[in-house]
Design a binder for this molecule. Structure first.
Ligand code: MN
Length: 447
């Protein structure tokens, strides 16, 4: 249940009037005001030093180990942060559980806020780095990656393309559908990857062929990183699920639609998805998201979740409102200085299942989740046709090309295209926070 120490509770660290002595954190349009404090792993660009935990604040990032060395953070937190350096990821912090994460957040606000006592601004200056001077890597070691399918508008539209008479399979409204993804090819924003090669079969062809994917697509998703794990054989009840979620990132599940159409039956996606997945580098913690939680409910015409996927906290605050968008910049647009063009927007609060339900379902058979595991939400399309979270939807299966501001047309992605996912959280009387961009670029196939 919700208590004063739950990651769902709002406290002084969410106060919209809270300001930092660091001016850029107070800019109206920053994704990283003092109310956010997302966590990531970074080092100086071009250096060979070990990646270290940082928090983003304004256009700067605070080296957390350096801050801890200045006694800005409790000793218990400092010890765990030091372990993160040794492990090359935030896994030790994630495994420590939500109480320690909250200690870190509260300590950071105490030294970064405008009214911070002592000489914190002068001392912490030495631990601040411009974000532009940093190279960010994956925030944690991701042992396993599971991609769910919790966008019902995406599932319905795509289902119609693959199965016109039978778009939503009968299990959809009962089971949080997912497949086991590939962790090794997950990269961080800035990732560039080669167009995949694969086996495809044209509808009018008797036999398949092998070659570069011709229908390369993106998928707009939200990713959840597991904090506390669970022992094998010990499920996680829905009321405990929030305590196992560490934070959220943006996730682009790049997809080879022609490969997918040929390979997906009967066991689901395989090589159509495993060549690359891009996530944003800054993990927005569940604590930071508390003001943007929304109630979760099921339409009366739909089956209500089975009891193991239903509970008062999930009903009251299981959903998260995140304004999501996809922007596309072609090589031609880049060369002529044209900004990325927004293709759509949607709200993560429209997801058919909450992350608590996905996590509970995942562990319900006794499967052990580990700190740093990644859960993808599935493509987050909105209810309207122009809110498709993939090109497959926006171009009606490649039949209706999109026209970009410079006259270029797209059905699927071409070499040199960059896709940027954006996510911001806004609510009346709350400080806006954002995720920072999640960018990936398509390179030509290996010849
Ligand atoms: Mn997906």
């Amino acid at each position: 249940m919700m208590t004063s120490t739950s990651s769902l509770s709002i406290d002084h660290t969410h106060d919209p009037a809270l300001r930092s002595w660091l001016a850029s954190a107070n800019a109206a349009d920053t994704d990283f005001p003092i109310q956010n404090l997302p966590l990531g792993m970074a080092r100086a660009v071009g250096s060979a030093e070990a990646f270290r935990p940082f928090t983003a604040v304004g256009d700067q990032a605070l080296d957390l180990v350096a801050a801890a060395d200045m006694a800005a953070l409790p000793q218990e937190v400092a010890t765990v942060l030091q372990a993160c350096v040794g492990q090359g990821g935030l896994n030790p912090l994630m495994a420590a559980g939500p109480a320690l994460g909250r200690q870190l957040r509260h300590a950071l606000v105490a030294v970064l806020e405008e009214k911070a006592g002592g000489d914190w601004p002068a001392r912490l200056h030495a631990a601040l780095r411009p974000q532009a001077s940093l190279e960010l890597t994956l925030p944690c070691r991701i042992g396993d990656y599971t991609d769910f399918y919790a966008g019902i508008h995406h599932a319905t539209t795509v289902g119609k393309l693959f199965r016109p008479d039978n778009p939503l399979l009968p299990n959809y409204k009962w089971v949080p559908i997912g497949y086991h993804g590939r962790a090794s090819s997950i990269g961080v924003s800035g990732q560039q990857f080669r167009r995949p090669l694969g086996q495809t079969k044209a509808p009018d062809s008797e036999t398949p062929g092998f070659g570069p994917c011709k229908r390369l697509d993106y998928e707009l998703e939200v990713g959840a990183l597991v904090g506390l794990g669970n022992a094998q054989g010990v499920p996680v009840g829905i009321e405990q699920a929030e305590a196992h979620l560490f934070g959220l990132v943006l996730l682009n599940d790049w997809s080879a639609r022609d490969v997918q159409a040929w390979e997906y039956q009967p066991l689901g996606p395989f090589l159509a998805k495993s060549f690359a997945t891009t996530i944003s580098p800054w993990v927005v913690t569940m604590e930071a998201l508390a003001p943007f939680r929304r109630s979760f409910s099921r339409h009366a015409d739909d089956p209500q979740p089975l009891p193991y996927l239903d509970g008062p906290a999930n009903r009251a605050q299981g959903a998260v409102s995140i304004q999501l968008a996809v922007h596309l910049q072609t090589a031609g647009m880049r060369e002529t200085g044209l900004a990325p063009h927004r293709l759509m927007q949607s709200d993560f609060a429209d997801a058919y299942w909450t992350f608590a339900q996905m996590l509970t379902h995942h562990a319900s058979n006794g499967c052990n989740l580990q700190s740093g595991d990644l859960l993808g939400s599935g493509t987050q399309s909105g209810p309207q046709p122009d809110q498709g979270g993939s090109l497959l939807e926006l171009t009606h299966g490649g039949k209706q090309a999109l026209t970009l501001p410079n006259g270029e047309q797209r059905t699927f992605l071409q070499d040199g295209d960059s896709v940027t996912l954006v996510g911001v959280c806004e609510a009346p009387g709350r400080r806006r926070i954002g995720f920072g961009p999640c960018v990936g670029t398509v390179l030509p196939a290996q010849s």
